[in-house]
Design a protein around this ligand. Structure first.
Ligand code: ADP
Ligand code: MG
Length: 253
């Protein structure tokens, strides 16, 4: 199996506040890797490091075969140019708790936007691609609607379609269902489950323990900027080795 993500001793701080204290974490191609952990433990920061949105200040982080933020040229590592940074990020889809759709565009326009403006796909082709991805998330018949005409669950599915339209090699999800009303959570999890079944490599920060158990290949418990424990979801959930993990699990169950 090829490692899509390989983090070793990753450190990151905001000023004096150390947020990641040496994270070791790997994701193989096609794997669904779920991350759980208390608020403030560095989960979102780690995801942002994975797609180069935050600088890695220590350790090593390789994603999709690249040392994040650094290119090897002339036998030495150099900081990425903006162009190299953009080329890297294009391969990684990210879905946030808040969907951040463009309010004045239809669902189809939201999905077509990246292919047109980033990939240079001709508008009519991008529209076809957008329709394919909206169909994939079960929203083909809502393609003409603006975000305010869609439920939160539908908006999040548009956000997933928008990320998929860039044809990413890795998808990152940061609590994608946390902002949703409870009855809308499942429709989003079902889309993510289908994506996993299609073989997408995914890192999913979530409090949906059922999803992690059923769909995840690996489960990682984060606390205080480190990986406390990691394992197969069923095994970790049935028999957590650390007290912190047990306490956390009893708080979300
Ligand atoms: P999680 O996603 O696990 O809740 P975060 O990665 O969002 O954790 O945050 C980890 C820590 O970093 C928290 O203490 C948070 O307050 C701090 N933090 C997050 N973003 C910033 C920022 N932009 N500037 C300063 N501190 C931040
Ligand atoms: Mg977070």
């Amino acid at each position: 199996m090829n490692a899509v993500v390989s983090a070793s001793g990753v450190r990151m701080s905001y000023g004096d506040v150390q947020v990641l204290n040496g994270v070791d974490f790997t994701v193989a191609s096609g794997e669904v890797s779920c991350i759980i952990g208390p608020s403030g433990s560095g989960k979102s920061t780690f995801l942002r490091c994975l797609n180069g949105l935050e600088p890695v200040l220590g350790g090593s982080l390789r994603v999709l075969g690249e040392e994040v933020g650094h290119a090897l040229r002339d036998g030495r590592y150099h900081p990425w140019t903006p162009k190299e940074f953009a080329a890297f990020r294009r391969n990684i889809g990210m879905v946030f708790q808040r969907f951040n759709l463009f309010a004045h565009q239809s669902a189809a326009e939201n999905v077509a936007c990246g292919p047109v403006h980033v990939l240079g796909t001709p508008a009519d082709r991008a529209r076809t691609v957008a329709m394919e991805h909206l169909d994939r998330v079960g929203l083909a018949e809502h393609a003409h609607k603006r975000p305010h005409q869609l439920s939160g669950g539908q908006q999040q599915r548009v956000a997933i379609a928008r990320a998929l339209a860039m044809n990413p090699a890795l998808m990152l999800f940061d609590e994608p269902t946390s902002a949703l009303d409870p009855e809308l959570v499942d429709e989003v999890l079902e889309v993510m489950k289908a994506l996993a079944a299609d073989g997408m490599t995914m890192v999913v920060v979530t409090h949906e323990i059922g999803f992690a158990r059923e769909v995840g290949d690996r489960l990682t418990f984060f606390a205080d900027g480190v990986v406390v424990e990691q394992g197969r979801p069923r095994e970790l959930l049935a028999a957590p080795r650390h007290e912190r993990t047990r306490t956390f699990l009893s708080s979300v169950a």
